[in-house]
Design a protein around this ligand. Structure first.
Ligand SMILES: NC(=O)c1ccc[n+]([C@@H]2O[C@H](COP(=O)([O-])OP(=O)(O)OC[C@H]3O[C@@H](n4cnc5c(N)ncnc54)[C@H](OP(=O)(O)O)[C@@H]3O)[C@@H](O)[C@H]2O)c1
Length: 346
């Protein structure tokens, strides 16, 4: 008999949470019940599928087999261990647990084997890291990656719903020759601009936390701390879909033709690479799609063992919600979720 799980979705009213609910339904995850949680602001709100939002408290979190979190780092810090202590396996979208040694940081196509070591919490990587490693994995396996130089062009949806509204409001105001309200999501106006400031600067650090995540998480997921990573993360006025230029220097020689073949055969990757026909991945096309799209695959004229890539994906989908649901599926099929005996639910 197949398993059937009681599933909590924490942050269910947000962009990522809404998509996780949709994907659990679309992909027919074996759930006996799905319970949405959000902040106290949303308690009682009705969501699609006759779901009613609940608040987090010691009683409401009992009896779950699986908890998918996308409610920010502080909620995860406080509530993920409590869900885990109550018997659930937590898949967390925030950065709170990702670099902790005993927490697997997993991308379904890259290092699914790491799930086996979980101790109640599994971390879902940062969105820009996610799409990067899906594309890098086949190249790393074939030729060993020595160094990466990455520039991102990150959509505002990566910051949250409020940032999407701010981009649209600013654009509307400027197109109607009206003054914009003071920026709240970013340090500067995002409409018709590019900000070399995705994430935030911790005191004394000349890199943003987003850049640090890209560097640290890439090494952890690929299981190779020797890879040297340089990163600049830029926020651009795109609603959804992150783009990245990536210079990949390999230990062994790797031709663009071979890289194209490897990427075309890789799970979760679609190659779109015919620049003469203006065919390359675009954020507006990747938005709403599951795959990571790669194009502009070419030799770096500045280095004999380096290639240039352009990598685009839906940051809310593969970059967050889809990978979380794929991890839930792998936890189920791998026997790593323990359905609680009937009668234990509240
Ligand atoms: N956006 C991305 O591309 C992306 C990618 C990877 C990871 N993530 C991570 O996923 C998380 C959510 O991102 P998002 O874009 O979905 O944000 P969002 O649209 O702003 O949604 C935030 C969600 O968290 C809930 N929440 C906030 N404070 C809470 C609290 N104290 N207790 C319980 N729930 C609380 C909100 O509930 P209310 O509606 O009640 O306020 C809402 O459901 C963040 O940790 C983010 O870093 C996002």
């Amino acid at each position: 008999m197949s398993n059937s799980y009681r599933v909590a979705v924490v942050g269910a009213t947000g962009q990522v949470g809404t998509l996780m609910l949709q994907l659990l339904r679309e992909r027919a995850f074996p759930a006996s019940e799905i319970v949405p949680f959000a902040s106290s602001r949303s308690v009682g709100r009705e969501l699609e599928g006759d779901l009613v939002v609940r608040g987090l408290d010691e009683e409401s979190i009992q009896g779950f087999d699986l908890a998918l979190f996308s409610a920010g780092g502080s909620s995860s810090g406080e509530w993920a261990p409590r869900f885990a202590a109550a018997g659930a396996v937590v898949v967390d979208n925030s950065s709170r647990w990702r670099m902790q040694d005993d927490v697997p940081l997993v991308v379904s196509e890259v290092n699914p084997e790491a799930l086996a070591g979980h101790r109640g919490i599994v971390a879902n990587p940062n969105c820009s890291t996610m799409q990067l490693v899906v594309a890098l994995k086949p190249l790393h396996d074939a030729a060993g990656i020595e160094r990466l130089v990455i520039s991102t062009y990150q959509a505002v949806s990566g910051t949250g719903k409020a940032a999407v509204d701010e981009l649209l409001d600013q654009s509307h105001a400027l197109l109607h020759e009206r003054a914009i309200a003071p920026p709240e999501s970013y340090a500067h106006q995002i409409a018709f601009n590019a900000l070399p400031h995705a994430g935030s600067f911790a005191a004394g650090d000349d890199h943003t936390d987003e850049e640090r995540k890209l560097i640290d998480e890439t090494r952890k997921i690929l299981g190779d701390p020797a890879i040297r990573v340089s990163a600049t993360c830029v926020r651009v006025p795109v609603v959804n879909g992150h783009s990245e230029t990536v210079n990949v220097q390999t230990r062994e020689p790797l031709s663009p033709e071979r890289a194209r073949e490897l990427l075309a055969a890789a799970p979760g990757v679609t190659v779109l690479d015919d620049p003469a026909a203006a065919l390359y991945p675009l954020a507006i096309d990747a938005s709403g799609q599951d795959d990571v799209f790669v194009g502009r695959i070419r030799r770096d004229p500045g280095h004999e063992r380096a290639l240039e890539l352009w990598i685009v994906a839906d940051n809310l989908r593969k970059g967050a919600a889809l990978n979380a649901v794929q991890l839930a599926e792998l936890l189920d099929t791998g026997g790593l979720l323990r359905a609680q005996p009937a009668g234990t639910t509240v």
